[in-house]
Design a protein around this ligand. Structure first.
Ligand code: DGL
Length: 255
């Protein structure tokens, strides 16, 4: 492995861009290879075994075929289903997963009510139950299901009336109830505007993108692999649809 090799950033689709933009801000000299598996999205409604198989296949392609020096699994669902297997398969590579920012939320709102919005796979996996047990202390944590959100982001409709209507449906029952809402899927930060419209300013919206970028930088430094070059980005999408590549770049440039 050498410093100049690419860092692979993987998601089920375009959502991992919310992590990629934090990575690029923190490690501007790195070369990133973003792979979105939109052909198979959404992962969140598949079985855990299906998500594990797709993630291991993407890991093989990125770490073996493309020879990337590190893999950032910028997908909570893929992390929940497959991070242990990935690490076992590639013990000498840097593999960073993302986890919902629940600890941050509980630390910032002691005794508060915290919502965790995530895909079905993430919400039912043992990994989340264990995280909750570890960090919640005296907080109340509510699981918030979010059917349809990933599909809207994949369709490039984050700023639409449809997005606000969907958020009204999903978050309406929680208005005035939540001190923080943890966005436990990397697609969701692109819906923040619609969430704000529904929840107002009283609920803090938190995601794990920045924490994942910090951990990646720490691991690269530790391994002597941090590249302080000119930076580069390659985007690939399994759908083969040029519109997905354009959407990836639009989301990267968005707020
Ligand atoms: N972006 C993925 C995550 O962070 C999930 C999207 C999907 O369901 O495909 O969980």
């Amino acid at each position: 492995m050498n410093r100049e090799s690419y860092i692979a950033v993987f998601d089920s689709g375009v959502g991992g861009v919310s992590v990629l933009r934090e990575l690029r801000a923190l490690c501007p000299g790195e070369r990133f290879y973003y792979f979105g598996d939109s052909a198979n999205a959404p992962y969140g409604r598949k079985t855990t075994d299906q998500v594990r198989a797709l993630t291991l296949e993407a890991g093989r392609k990125l770490l073996i075929d493309r020879d990337c020096k590190a893999l950032v699994v910028a997908c909570n669902t893929a992390t929940a289903a497959a991070i242990t297997d990935l690490r076992a398969a590639y013990p000498d590579r840097i593999i960073v997963g993302i986890e919902p920012a629940l600890k941050l939320a509980c630390d910032r709102h002691p005794g508060g009510t915290i919502g965790i919005m995530a895909t079905d796979v993430t919400l039912r996996e043992q990994k989340l139950a264990a995280l909750m047990e570890r960090v919640k202390r005296d907080c109340t944590v509510l699981r918030v299901h979010a059917p349809g959100v990933v599909e809207l982001v994949e369709a490039g409709k984050c700023d639409s009336d449809e997005a606000v209507a969907l958020m009204e449906r999903l978050l309406g029952p929680h208005i005035g109830q939540l001190d923080a809402l943890v966005l436990g899927c990397t697609h969701y930060p692109f819906m923040k505007k619609a969430m704000r419209t529904v929840l107002g300013e009283g609920t803090e919206l938190l995601d794990g993108g920045e924490g994942t970028a910090r951990e990646t930088r720490r691991r690269l430094l530790e391994a002597g692999l941090l590249n302080e070059g000119v930076g580069e980005l390659i985007v690939e999408n399994s759908s083969g649809d040029p519109e997905k590549i354009a959407l990836t770049h639009r989301l990267l440039a968005s707020e």
